[in-house]
Design a protein around this ligand. Structure first.
Ligand SMILES: Nc1ncnc2c1ncn2[C@@H]1O[C@H](COP(=O)(O)OP(=O)(O)O)[C@@H](O)[C@H]1O
Ligand SMILES: [Mg+2]
Length: 222
């Protein structure tokens, strides 16, 4: 499955989601490639940190920039899953990855600034769908407050319902130290002792996989 994690906002947790999703897919025994298409290279740094820990399930990572359409299609022949971290701005990488992907999950914080950028992402998804009508595109909340008295997340989820092309995913990822720790250690939150973070990532991964299309009979070749 080709899953794009992208949006037009920096710092909303895209790389955190991409690395956690890749880790969870690898832990499920799937053959996963993390494609870092953000020139900041945070996902690639995470993967090289992980490479120092041979006890963990391997997550291969490559960096590609520019027009990603053909590179993604080629990589998808060789890996069961390709998870793309396309960075946080309107870019050639983001637009071409949208045309190649099966699904896009766009993380947003519960802030007005994030919601405004999602309006433009919604337009880009509309454009991408004229080339890739099968694209399923979602927004979901990340770094949501864990304090149940703070209703920002619920308020923002209501506002998320107003997009034309972006549906609202049911998964929510909250603000948890485990995600920051995991990033530093080349790990996923499922590999740390925070069952709530692990449950969030398992739920998100299951939601992503629920949008996997039935593939043709071709087996991946290595
Ligand atoms: N759910 C979360 N809870 C706590 N910290 C988070 C969470 N998601 C991301 N972070 C932290 O926020 C910072 C930005 O996250 P990152 O994934 O690099 O964002 P982006 O790729 O969108 O720029 C990092 O320090 C990361 O560890
Ligand atoms: Mg990033």
């Amino acid at each position: 499955m080709i899953v794009l994690i992208g949006g037009e906002k920096g710092g909303c947790g895209k790389t955190t989601i991409a690395t956690n999703l890749a880790t969870c897919l690898a832990a499920a025994g799937r053959d996963v490639l993390l494609l870092d298409a953000d020139r900041q290279g945070t996902a690639a740094n995470w993967a090289s940190e992980r490479g120092e820990r041979p006890e963990l399930p391997a997550v291969q990572c490559v960096q590609r920039f520019g027009n990603l359409f053909q590179p993604i299609r080629d990589l998808a022949q060789r890996y069961q899953d390709v998870v793309i971290d396309a960075g946080g701005r309107d870019s050639e990488e983001l637009r071409t990855a949208m045309v190649a992907a099966d699904a896009m999950f766009s993380p947003l914080r519960a802030s007005q600034a994030d919601l405004w950028t999602a309006e433009h992402v919604d337009q880009l998804v509309g454009l991408a769908k004229s080339f890739n009508p099968a694209l399923r595109a979602f927004v979901f909340l990340t770094m949501a407050p864990t304090n149940p008295r703070i209703t920002e997340a619920a308020d923002a989820t209501e506002m998320l319902g107003e997009f034309q092309h972006l549906a609202v995913a049911t998964s929510v990822v909250r603000d948890r130290k485990a995600y920051r720790d995991a990033m530093c250690e080349g790990k996923g939150a499922i590999e740390l002792a925070d069952p709530k973070a692990a449950a969030e990532i398992h739920a998100l991964t299951a939601e992503v996989l629920s949008h996997e299309q039935v593939q043709s009979s071709e087996a991946p070749i290595h």
